[in-house]
Design a protein around this ligand. Structure first.
Ligand SMILES: [Ca+2]
Ligand SMILES: [Ca+2]
Length: 198
């Protein structure tokens, strides 16, 4: 009986996933795999806190700056009853996580939490705090997630919407919001490197 209801739950998930836009699915699977540092098939609390440690190391942060990073990553990942968007990180399978990201992709409070962590990430990479990333600085992000270097320049140019040869905080955050929310199959956004085929 328990098996049966579990199976129909899986079937429902699968049929919901089949209706999602193809490139959007590939983007989100790619992002989940990039964040899934312990390689258990989904992005969980431990992965998120490990990325926080990475950001702290990259930025050579300590004291209050390091605490701030831990705090905003924890805010994204931890679940409280008045913080339903984080259901994305409570689930324990890739298919559940995909559906949860889909259902919450336009959620304003989740967008704000994501914005905070990408803003911290930007500040950590922008180690001399001049407010923009040159291509060399941007590679720190790329290397931290061990992304395919061959795609770094293409993504850098994609994000550099005012074409001044550097990435501002705003351009970086906009590119991430677009990555999560844009369901257009023609999108060229490769925020987390080449898309995984599934
Ligand atoms: Ca994981
Ligand atoms: Ca720019």
């Amino acid at each position: 009986m328990a098996d049966k209801s579990e199976n129909s739950f899986d079937d429902e998930l699968v049929s919901e996933i089949r209706q999602l836009p193809n490139v959007w699915l590939k983007k989100i699977i790619t992002a989940i795999f990039v964040w899934d540092l312990d390689k258990d098939g989904h992005t969980g609390y431990d992965d998120i806190m490990d990325v926080a440690d990475k950001v702290i190391n990259i930025g050579n942060l300590n004291g209050k700056s390091a605490d701030d990073v831990i705090e905003c990553f924890r805010d994204l990942a931890s679940h409280t009853s008045d913080n339903p968007p984080t259901e994305v990180f409570r689930v324990t399978s890739l298919s559940e996580q995909l559906v949860a990201v889909w259902r919450t992709k336009d959620n304003p409070s989740l967008r704000e939490s994501r914005g905070k962590i990408y803003s911290r990430m930007f500040q950590a990479i922008d180690f001399n705090a001049n407010g923009f990333l040159t291509f060399d600085k941007y590679l720190v992000f790329w290397n931290a997630f061990k992304l395919d270097r061959r795609f770094a320049r293409m993504q850098f140019d994609f994000m550099d919407t005012d074409q001044d040869g550097k990435i501002s905080d705003e351009e970086f955050l906009k590119a991430h919001v677009d990555y999560i929310e844009n369901t257009n199959d023609g999108t060229l956004n490769r925020f987390f490197g080449p898309l995984i085929n599934y």
